[in-house]
Design a protein around this ligand. Sequence first.
Ligand code: UT7
Length: 327
Amino acid sequence: MRNIEIIGTGSYTPKHMVTNEMLETIMDTSNEWIVSRTGIESRHISTGEETSDLATKAALEALKDGNLQAEEIDLVIVATCSPDSLVPSVACKVQKNIGAHNAMAFDINAACSGFVFGLDIARGFMASGRFKTALIIGAEVLSKIINWEDRSTSILFGDGAGAAVLKESTVDGLSYINCKSEGEKWEALTCGSVALENPFIMDTIPVNSKVTMEGKEIYKFAVKVMESEFNRILNEAKLNKEDIDFIVPHQANIRMIEAFSRKIGVSLEKFIINLNRFGNTSGASIPIALDEGNKSGAFKKGNKIVVIGFGGGLTFGSALITWNKDL
Ligand code: UT7
């Protein structure tokens, strides 16, 4: 396997911030319920920008941070479950917007695990030697697929994008990746169904195109896989939990992160947590949090960072990042 590392990160969220108090005015909920059950205080919601707009802004920041020109990018992968359209992909629009003329560009959908799936795919592509650089973006405008009449799901999500630039390296900056799916549980989280409609069907069967979710099912799944994936990485990498400097989990619910932290015996201080400000941004949540760890100066050269995502599919993915960027 060729070595690769993250050389740059970027993120972008729409300007319009929606607080829990603002939600109280449009549905039967309360700030107290939302904060105590989820830890979320506010989220950013698009008032006009599409998924490709958010993705483009995060990508440009990541390129700048990585000191790389768009023409030098060989691969653009956008992880999203809320694309602008089925065709073209968000990745192709980003390619045009940033001028990554030499890249292969496509979208993937692994819901909230999408960014980690993107890292895994890019790593595999780069192993061939044909791709020297890659831009992996998680981008979502979930506000357009949320059922705003359903208070149990609509309070959870937010819009945003995060990006990372990967490059061939002399150090092993991305390792011990594992991405898996448990398709037998797909009904626990669905959205975006398109009605089967054509001139040869007499009665079109209506579908629910908005988010449906079995919250408790996902909760149990998430805590279980975060614990098992963290321990898998320690075992395979022959590390102790004390060797891990940061954990960047998918930002879904503070109670899940607290339960995970208790199970593995690692203090919350080692976690990058921003779900209070952004809510659950699905595929964008991990790269936004990585960008915060990078830009705040928290990540130091040589740090070992575990990323773990989980979500619809059901899917999960984890990886060990060794940070090699100078401040
Ligand atoms: O990226 C992965 C995406 N999925 C997730 O992250 C979901 C993971 N699951 C969760 O985060 C939690 O299951 C939820 C936050 C979704 C729900 O928390 P919970 O503790 O499992 O609550 P619940 O569904 O058992 O609901 C408890 C009560 C219900 O009322 P009754 O039946 O006990 O009278 C709900 O109707 O809370 C009520 N409720 C609300 N009340 C005020 C549900 N949503 C709301 C709300 N405001 N927004």
